[in-house]
Design a protein around this ligand. Structure first.
Ligand SMILES: [Zn+2]
Length: 181
C-alpha cells in the first residue's frame, strides 16, 4: 500500500499488484540503506530484479568510500548486473531497477544504455536537493523520453520513508560531495 502523502507519478499505467510489490521493495531498500550509510556509503541504494522477482544486483553509492565520482548506486548496480550476466546489453532479460531516490542525469544515461526496461524510485530529485544539497544535474522531460524508448517509470514511491533516511544522513554529518565551482 502507498502510505506516503506524495502521490506516485508514472509514464505508463501500472497494475495494483505491481505497485504493492514496488512499495515493499522501495521500503526495504530505504531500511537497508541505513546499514550501508553506517559503513561509509552515500545515501542511495539501487537493486535490479527480473520479472520473476529474482534479485540480479544490489549496490549502494560509493563515491566517497571508493573515491570515484561515477559510483552512484544505479551505476554500481548496473555494472554488477552486466558482469553477473556477462553482457553489456540487459534488454533481453527484461529487468527493472528500484532506487531509493530519483536517478541523477548521469544515471538516467546509464539506465538508458544498459537496456533496463523499468525504473521505480522513491524520493524525487527536487526533494533530494532540498534536503541534502546534492546536485542532481539538469534533466529533460525524461519520463516522456524514456517512454519513447520503451522504458517505464514509476516515481515518488514511499517518499516519507526515503526523506527520513536523507534527513538523518545530513543531521548525522555525513559527506555531501560535489565539485567546487
Ligand atoms: Zn546518479
Amino acid at each position: 500500500m502507498q502510505t506516503s502523502k506524495t502521490s506516485v507519478i508514472a509514464n505508463k499505467k501500472i497494475d495494483n499488484s505491481k505497485m504493492i510489490k514496488a512499495s515493499k521493495i522501495i521500503l526495504d531498500l530505504q531500511q537497508e540503506l541505513k546499514k550501508y550509510i553506517n559503513k561509509g556509503h552515500g545515501p542511495f541504494l539501487a537493486a535490479i530484479y527480473d520479472d520473476d522477482g529474482n534479485l540480479i544486483a544490489k549496490a549502494a553509492n560509493s563515491v566517497v568510500n571508493k573515491t570515484c565520482s561515477h559510483n552512484h548506486a544505479e551505476m554500481n548496480a548496473i555494472k554488477m548486473a552486466e558482469k553477473k550476466l556477462g553482457t553489456y546489453d540487459l534488454s533481453p532479460y527484461n529487468l527493472s531497477i528500484y532506487v531509493t531516490s530519483e536517478p541523477c542525469m548521469m544515471c538516467l544515461g546509464g539506465i538508458m544504455w544498459s537496456g533496463i526496461k523499468a525504473v521505480y524510485y522513491g524520493v524525487p530529485s527536487s526533494r533530494v536537493t532540498k534536503i541534502t544539497g546534492f546536485d542532481e544535474g539538469f534533466k529533460p522531460d525524461w519520463f516522456k523520453e524514456f517512454k519513447k524508448r520503451g522504458i517505464t517509470v514509476y516515481g515518488q514511491i514511499e517518499t516519507d520513508a526515503g526523506e527520513k533516511v536523507l534527513k538523518d544522513y545530513v543531521s548525522q554529518g555525513h559527506t555531501v560531495y560535489k565539485p567546487k565551482r
